[in-house]
Ligand binder design. Structure first.
Ligand code: MF3
Ligand code: CO
Length: 274
């Protein structure tokens, strides 16, 4: 974590938009591959290939020794699940995919929780509320507001719905490093106060990690995989947000457009690979 809060120039803002768009498009693409029978390793390989073939570099690969280009966290895994040939998705699972790409030295960072086929209503609701938590936080990312304004609405919405808010992991500033100051917790604590004041040119990754049961976590012996202590499902949803004079901008959420010629050529070239 870089301790500095960085304010990006207009030129750097443009690079962050490109990195963010590629990160969002990669997640959209991975979403189309999620189904029963696919391994998380296949998703990782597809993500790496997609990022590189679109002019980016996967930022997670080798980050503090992390061995893959995405994190794939299934069911009770909260975040940082490591893709594996041995993890085969099954009908009814949820899978959180966290992805980062670098373009021109700047980072995008985002995560989605996808459904594998039909998922129980209880778990679909968890995923929906987690996304709602993000968007409530996003609306608070106005210049002049403080980090705690984001934390407050996320915690309130999750807890009102009876869910747990993970505390051991938090959102973060982002720029030419994936993790920069300030931290963006998904809960309030008197220790944090109001936190950093948001000003135009800042970029932050807001990433609620919400549990169906208790909020407590444990970490597997692999040193990465964070799971709920009670074994109940968790959801994760994240986007990179740029603070502008006119309010917050979503850099990593890309609408699925009808495929253009380039997309069709890409799909053609990669069909039958997974
Ligand atoms: N993207 C994660 C985050 O939101 C970090 C992934 S850690 C890595 O902060 F090691 F997998 F890269
Ligand atoms: Co992040």
């Amino acid at each position: 974590m870089s301790e500095r809060i960085t304010i990006k120039s207009a030129h750097q803002h443009e690079a962050m938009k490109r990195a963010g768009e590629l990160t969002g498009r990669t997640l959209n693409y991975i979403g189309t591959l999620v189904r029963a029978g696919v391994t998380t390793k296949e998703l990782d390989e597809a993500a790496e290939e997609f990022i590189r073939s679109h002019g980016g570099v996967p930022s997670f690969l080798n980050y503090e020794g992390y061995p893959a280009s995405i994190c794939t966290s299934v069911n009770e895994q909260i975040v940082h699940g490591i893709p594996s040939k041995k993890v085969v998705l099954r009908e009814g699972d949820i899978i959180s995919v966290d992805c980062g790409a670098i373009i021109d030295g700047f980072h995008g960072d985002a995560a989605r929780t996808f459904f594998v086929g039909e998922v129980s209503e209880e778990v679909r609701r968890l995923v929906r509320v987690t996304e709602e938590c993000f968007f409530l936080g996003f609306e608070q990312a106005q210049p002049g507001n403080h980090i705690a304004d984001i934390s407050r609405v996320i915690q309130q919405h999750a807890e009102e719905n009876g869910y747990g808010v993970v505390r051991e992991l938090v959102g973060h500033g982002i720029g030419s490093n994936m993790h920069e100051a300030p931290e963006v917790p998904n809960y309030l604590n008197r220790r944090f106060g109001r936190g950093t004041k948001l000003v135009p040119g800042m970029a932050i990754a807001v990433e609620p990690m919400i549990t169906l049961g208790e909020r407590y976590i444990s970490v597997w012996d692999d040193g990465w995989t964070c799971v709920t202590a009670d074994g109940k499902p968790a959801a994760h949803y994240e986007n990179t947000i740029f603070i502008t004079e006119n309010g917050p901008e979503l850099l990593t959420l890309v609408k699925d457009e009808p495929a253009d010629d380039e997309d069709r050529a890409y799909a053609e070239q990669h069909s039958g690979e997974e």
